[in-house]
Write a protein that binds this ligand. Sequence first.
Ligand code: UD1
Length: 420
Amino acid sequence: MGRYIIKGGKRLKGEVMVNGSKNAVLPILSASLINGKESVLTNCPDITDVSFTCEILKALGCSVKREGKILTINSCGINNASVPKDMAEKMRSSILFLGVLLGKFGSVSINKPGGCAIGKRPVDIHLDALKALGANIVETDTTIECTAENLLGTDIYLPFASVGATENTMLAAVFAKGQTTIHNAAKEPEIWALQEYMKSIGVTVEGAGTPTIFISGCGKYKDAEVDIISDRIEAGTYLTAAAITKGEIFLKNVSWIYMCKTLEIMSECGCEIKVKKDSIYLKAPKKIKPLNLIRTGVYPNFATDMQPILMSLLTTSSGTSIIIEQMFENRFSHADELNKMGAKVSAQTRVAIIDGVKQLKGAEVNATDLRAGAALILAGLNAKGTTIVNNANFVKRGYDNIEKNLHGLGAEIKFCDGEN
Ligand code: UD1
């Protein structure tokens, strides 16, 4: 489990090199099964979601080697289509193996990833899209069995622009005969990153970043080498760490172009922001300004993954802010924990009202999911006294060495391993 111990109140200042994106690399790891050859992923973050996914790849017969930020997968030895039960249940994104294994083997059985702290997270849109390609699906409470003699390219209309369903459909469509057109596809940058990986191995695919993606496989693929795009949520977390400590930060190796909404919001909060080709500079104001109304939404709207992090910042603003969570039904679990630190947040199912306080105070709090954990660390950086954030394992799912980066900026933070 592990915990972070933070002595707050230090003004952060310095540089951080942003890592590769968790949500971009996970579907690319599933896609590395397509070519039956080598895929070299550079700028690959060293986070537990990636190491768990590598365990799945190994269980399927692939070889995986990490050297620093370079991950090399060879899928020539793939010999089975069953994702081990415990691995599937442990990680939601294991569902991204469904489409590609169905295409590769014509049959796949996988345990449902189940709900999680932020909501039920059903996979009906994924399954309907696979059915449209010709799959037969039998579901039990805990398993999904998918079979298809042949997948046939077709027009698929997603009822909601789900990120995971778009990725799963792309991964299956590679194996379909003819062209597949995905309508109302998700437009997130991570979809574009998957498209670029697919193109590099020889798949004909275009349209990522727009609501319509066209995709056709060719059956013969090449080795790949791709650089993983920067993590826009990790970048947003470090910007907020500087903002909540009245500090200043220079982020390197970051694609600010994917972060326009976050930067607009930070600027509304009073932060001074300058962007260059692959860097962002932020200087915090003396006091964070409140925000009238922020709604999470699909890209390019404000990312739901940034919501807990922004809430943490707004707890220290000079007035009242409102956040509406539109993406997930249960994504305010951090509010109660922030309140233990002296914040004034009143959260109902989808709406949170945040009254700013002068400074938070240290407390022992529990991370309930990945971004909630990050939000509590940021609150601890602001707080007077010592904060203990339990369940560090959630944070390690998506942040590569957050304690080291924050320490480099002047924070007093350490990670302690072991039970809470
Ligand atoms: C991905 C990201 C996650 C991010 C989310 C929204 C990864 C590994 N995870 O999750 O960090 O918070 O996008 O940007 O990339 N839904 C259904 N049925 C489905 C699929 C989704 O009802 O079949 C609902 C979900 O419950 C949720 C909403 O659609 O309320 C958005 O989900 P989706 O875009 O699919 O998110 P994920 O791909 O799970």
